[in-house]
Design a protein around this ligand. Structure first.
Ligand SMILES: NC(=O)c1ccc[n+]([C@@H]2O[C@H](COP(=O)([O-])OP(=O)(O)OC[C@H]3O[C@@H](n4cnc5c(N)ncnc54)[C@H](OP(=O)(O)O)[C@@H]3O)[C@@H](O)[C@H]2O)c1
Length: 303
């Protein structure tokens, strides 16, 4: 029989991000004690309003002291690392160290790491950072589960496309190159299952992949069908694609060169090779079919 962990303190990092926003609705009713970790005062204010019973705290994942503070008295953590952080590897290693120290106090039970699929691909710097965190967890003595999602289909700017008369998507990627996509809703449900069933998933590494390799142009054609209008897609030159990405992420601020390195390699690699994976493990974990591009498109258009 499954053990009830719902009275345990569960910590979610990057709780204000895309993954957190999809995960929290699965946890709100089941977990009585949630600590939601984020970085900015605006996100803190937003989450305090949306989750009045949770302990909402600000932290910098690069700070070892902050990592220890947010894990205090916790039984489990879902560690999502900050996107394009110039010291992403160090953030992850600091969290693993903090969890090891917390586990010695007796309460801490489970470290769930939201990693990325194919951490073996060392040319992708952000994948490589997560490979070190995977390794540190495997050698930490902690009970861990590693979840490895692919490129999220939800990165597609659906709201922007819905507002346009002329549905035009200038993409940073070669639209003919194939990706195995992950739907955030599948990632969220898989994370919730692993948290709830806890012991069953100790020492497991699961690729969380929703689709077989699919070109972005196919995904956009399916989305266009669901919207009732064709989406015209065009690849932006690399420099323009990078500038657009940074403007979206950082506004007018100067971007750390380490972040530039990661983003440039990501686009160059993706445009040559894409990212391939297989949904079978996710489907076993969820006990249902993974979200197809068609199902995802129907859901996002009807929102
Ligand atoms: N995008 C994809 O297709 C994809 C696919 C697989 C894996 N991933 C990985 O997913 C992770 C990001 O998750 P996400 O997409 O859910 O996040 P996201 O939507 O990009 O949001 C970023 C999150 O990071 C927090 N944050 C930023 N700097 C921080 C710091 N120094 N310390 C603590 N928190 C900080 C932000 O908090 P505030 O809101 O307070 O700023 C926010 O919660 C990354 O590791 C990325 O590599 C992404």
């Amino acid at each position: 029989m499954a053990v009830d962990h719902s009275n345990d303190l569960l910590v979610i990092t990057c709780a204000s991000g895309k993954q957190g926003s999809h995960l929290l609705p699965h946890l709100d009713k089941k977990w009585k004690r949630l600590r939601l970790v984020l970085n900015s005062s605006s996100s803190k204010e937003r989450l305090e309003k949306a989750h009045p019973d949770a302990d909402v705290v600000r932290a910098d994942m690069l700070s070892a002291a902050d990592c220890s503070r947010i894990l205090q008295d916790a039984s489990a953590v879902v560690y999502v690392g900050p996107s394009f952080h110039p010291r992403e590897k160090e953030c992850g290693l600091a969290m693993v160290d903090a969890a090891v120290a917390e586990e010695k106090k007796g309460k801490f039970q489970h470290f769930v790491f939201s990693s990325v699929c194919c951490t073996q691909l060392r040319k992708l710097l952000n994948h490589d950072c997560k490979r070190f965190v995977d390794e540190a967890l495997m050698e930490s003595g902690l009970n861990y589960t590693i979840l490895q999602p692919s490129h999220f289909m939800d990165n597609t700017p659906v709201a922007m496309l819905m507002q346009q008369d002329d549905r035009y998507f200038p993409t940073g990627l070669n639209p003919a190159i194939k990706f195995s996509y992950t739907a955030l809703r599948d990632m969220a449900e898989a994370t919730a299952v692993v948290l709830e069933q806890r012991e069953k998933h100790y020492f497991a590494t699961y690729p969380i992949i929703s689709t077989m390799p699919t070109a972005e142009s196919e995904l956009l054609a399916i989305l266009g069908d669901a919207m009732g209008k064709r989406i015209r897609v065009e690849q932006k030159p690399l420099e323009e694609a990078l500038a657009g990405l940074f403007k979206f992420l950082y506004g007018e601020k100067d971007v750390n060169p380490l972040i530039l390195d990661g983003a440039e390699r990501l686009l160059l690699y993706y445009n040559r090779r894409g990212l391939y994976g297989n949904p079978s493990v996710l489907e076993m974990l969820l006990g249902r079919k993974a979200t197809s591009c068609e199902e995802w498109a129907r859901i996002v258009v009807s929102k």
